[in-house]
Design a protein around this ligand. Structure first.
Ligand SMILES: O=C(O)CCC(=O)C(=O)O
Length: 272
């Protein structure tokens, strides 16, 4: 566990938070990102969406960029390589300190991130299907991995907040999810066929600058955005010192996952 001085909480509360994260598979924080950083990052998100890359490095997959508002879920991988303010946000020390407090880690290192824009309107192509993050990392990575999700816009019950299934971090790796599918009910049935435990959903309603954390095996997804404006966020994927590349895997075959030795792609956000 990190030292009590390294997180904005008394040690007993930090221990309770860590126990809750372990029990439920997620933890929801109020706003921890400073408003001035949020104000600086918003135009940078718009710039990356439009295809303007401050560092000259395109995000993973070299998306084309668009000046039109999105109509489908926008998912841009590793935008932190393209923009210094986005890098500042996703590697913010408050996220690293909280991550260390929740997991007891001595090292918290980012290995991938996703810039997510869920447009309003409730049309198809904007849901995130139920899944476990480890399904996507399993071929390459093993050990302690988790995600911090940072709200840039106000994430209300109407705007399609991420929903966690309480305690599903204890269900093992199910390989039954699909991030890219709109069919939340069908995926839920598939998951329940593999694990019949009680299904209790918790919505991660967050103010701008609020952060939720979830375990690599926690089942999660999100529905349509029925609010007036877009739901804007970053999903930031982290590892601790208790994780590694699977033997035999080469970084060039690891898709959107950044080499742990690349300081721009994989910044260290906390070290004891
Ligand atoms: O933004 C969402 O609704 C889902 C994001 C997600 O799957 C994740 O943070 O791992």
């Amino acid at each position: 566990m990190s030292s009590p001085a390294s997180i904005p909480l008394p040690a007993a509360e930090a221990r309770a938070a860590a126990a809750q994260y372990e029990r439920e598979g997620f933890f929801i924080l109020p706003a921890v990102i400073p408003p001035d950083l949020l104000a600086r990052v918003r135009p940078r998100i718009a710039a990356v969406y439009a295809g303007e890359y401050e560092t000259g490095i395109p995000p993973c997959g070299s998306p084309k960029g668009s000046k039109e508002p999105p109509t489908k879920l926008v998912k841009i991988d590793n935008a932190h390589r393209s923009d210094r303010t986005i890098l500042e946000l996703v590697s913010h020390p408050a996220i690293g300190r909280w991550a260390a407090a929740l997991t007891g880690a001595k090292l918290v290192q980012l290995f991938a991130c996703q810039m997510l824009i869920k447009p309003p309107g409730g049309q198809g192509g904007t849901n995130v299907g139920w899944h476990q993050d480890q399904e996507y990392w399993e071929p390459a990575l093993q050990g302690e991995l988790f995600t911090a999700w940072v709200a840039i816009s106000d994430v209300t019950a109407e705007s399609g907040p991420m929903r966690f299934v309480r305690g599903s971090n204890h269900w093992g790796l199910l390989q039954a999810g699909d991030f890219f599918s709109d069919q939340l009910d069908a995926i839920k049935q598939r998951i329940r066929a593999k694990n019949g435990s009680a299904w209790e959903e918790v919505a991660a309603v967050l103010p701008p600058g609020g952060v939720s954390f979830h375990h690599r095996l926690t089942v999660h997804g999100s529905g349509p955005n029925l609010a007036a404006g877009p739901r804007v966020s970053f999903a930031i994927h982290f590892r601790t010192e208790k994780s590694g590349l699977r033997p035999g895997t080469k970084w060039q075959d690891a898709g959107y996952l950044n080499d742990f030795n690349d300081p721009v792609g994989s910044p260290v956000c906390y070290r004891e």
